[in-house]
Structure formats: C-alpha cells, structure tokens
Write a protein that binds this ligand. Structure first.
Ligand SMILES: [Zn+2]
Ligand SMILES: [Zn+2]
Length: 153
C-alpha cells in the first residue's frame, strides 16, 4: 500500500517529517537546511545562514557559535576573544558550522527560537560596542598602569 499525506488522504506522500514522522505530500513538504518537515514542524526551525553567522561572529566574539547552537564554545570564545586569535578562529568556525548545518551535514545542538534570533540581530551592534568598549577600557587602564609604574620606577 502506498503511503499518503496525513493532511491529504488522496495524495501520495513524498517524504516523512523529520520531527513528527508524519507522511507528507509535495504541497505540505517544507525543506529547512535540506531536511523535510511538515508545515507545523517547519515553523520550529530556520534556515541557517553562513552570512548571519559571519556577521555575528565578526562583531561579537562567540556570538556566531551561539547562533549555531553551541553556547559553551561561544562562551569560551567570548571570554578569550580579546586575544584576537580565538576571535578569528570563532569567525571561521561559525561560518564553517553554519554551512554544515545549512547543508544538513551537521545538526544544530539547539535551534534558537525566533525571538532569540531577533534579539541577536537587534543586539549585535550594541553588544559589539559593549564588548570592545570593555576590552579597550581594560587595555587603556592596563597600559596606563604600566606607564605609571615606569614613571614611578
Ligand atoms: Zn512534522
Ligand atoms: Zn499534503
């Protein structure tokens, strides 16, 4: 017996939803990151964008990893990004992983919900200013301290 779409009993199914495993027809099929979903489950996913990953990772070290669903790696890069090398690594890693997720090669560990994604998009520039503001302040304070010590010495 040929499997039919769960919404359209007259129409043959072409795929099974990745999440709820229901059989779906051509009309109901929504592809996200190359994986098949029914219309309802597709709303819980978003197409991973390497461009967005690049922008996030470039402006805020670690943010590209958060976008890719890897909070722990994101936190490590956030804390070490001022050393520059982890920051550059973070940009390359974010784009590479986002590409893999988009092509269905790798799973996102967690799918950021829509509101979080919106918060990231709106917050990227303020967060960037905050991050580099803190880094530059600490750097200026540190070099100021060294100068003072040299003068005193
Ligand atoms: Zn589904
Ligand atoms: Zn259908």
């Amino acid at each position: 017996m040929e499997e039919v779409c769960y919404l359209h009993p007259q129409t043959p199914a072409v795929a099974k939803c990745t999440d709820c495993k229901k059989a779906i027809c051509e009309v109901c099929l929504k592809r996200v990151n190359t994986k098949p979903y029914c219309e309802a489950c597709a709303t819980n996913h978003h197409e991973q964008s390497p461009w967005l990953a690049f922008i996030f990772a470039f402006f805020v070290p670690g943010m590209g990893q958060v976008y890719n669903g890897d909070w722990q790696k994101g936190l490590v890069i956030l804390l070490t990004g001022w050393l520059v090398v982890p920051w550059i690594y973070g940009i390359v890693d974010a784009v590479t992983v986002a590409n893999k997720i988009r092509n269905g090669i790798q799973e996102s560990k967690t799918v950021p919900p829509g509101y979080l994604l919106l918060a990231l998009k709106l917050g990227v520039l303020p967060l960037s200013c905050l991050y580099f503001g803190i880094v530059f302040t600490l750097f200026a304070a540190f070099t100021g301290l060294i100068k003072l010590m040299l003068q005193l010495g």
